[in-house]
Design a protein around this ligand. Sequence first.
Ligand code: SAM
Length: 215
Amino acid sequence: MDRYKHLREWMVETQIIERGIRDKRVIEVMKKVPRHLFVPEDIIDSAYDDRALPIGYGQTISQPYIVALMTELLELKGDEKVLEIGTGSGYQAAILSELAKEVHTIERIEPLATAAKKRFENLGIQNVKVYIKDGTEGIPEEAPFDRIIITAATPDIPEPLIKQLKEEGIIVAPVGERYSQYMLKAIKRDNELERHYLIPVAFVPLIGKYGWKEE
Ligand code: SAM
């Protein structure tokens, strides 16, 4: 068994299953996607560590458990159209690509978006489309979405994203202060969000019209 596959199985056992992730499809895909190909080469040996890692430009690839948790909260069955805000390395989008029909992912930092695109090409991932723009405005021309995931800290769910979510659709996002938030799972019912706040988390800020201002 190759070294990274071994590390990946260990990651899934000790960080994902032991902490309560139960969705079998999520567990399988976390075992499959090569996380080490989504981190900078000089820290490749830390790829399966139990933490977020730097990917340049002051940004991070999220901790494996947080990726698994957010994915599980989306309750994907396989036929969904998903919007992700915050492509970063592309790892979360690669995970989603295995579990949904199509993924539209937005990144505001051009070199990160370009690097993620290249990774998708190299891995033969064809159902992910990358956009370079302010993700807080969503993608009106592709709406509505069955699911929306925001992988950066937001003061609240941006209004355009609520509009672009289908009725009964699910949105998952870290909501709160600039440097400390709670993971929110919300379901859209009668044009309102039914909100469930879960665990405390710490994400890098969502910078944009409906997010935080650049410092
Ligand atoms: N999902 C990523 C992954 O799997 O590597 C991790 C995302 S990282 C924690 C947050 C990302 O959100 C950063 O790459 C950051 O540049 C991006 N971001 C912040 N504000 C944004 C915005 N308004 N629109 C799009 N991307 C944004």
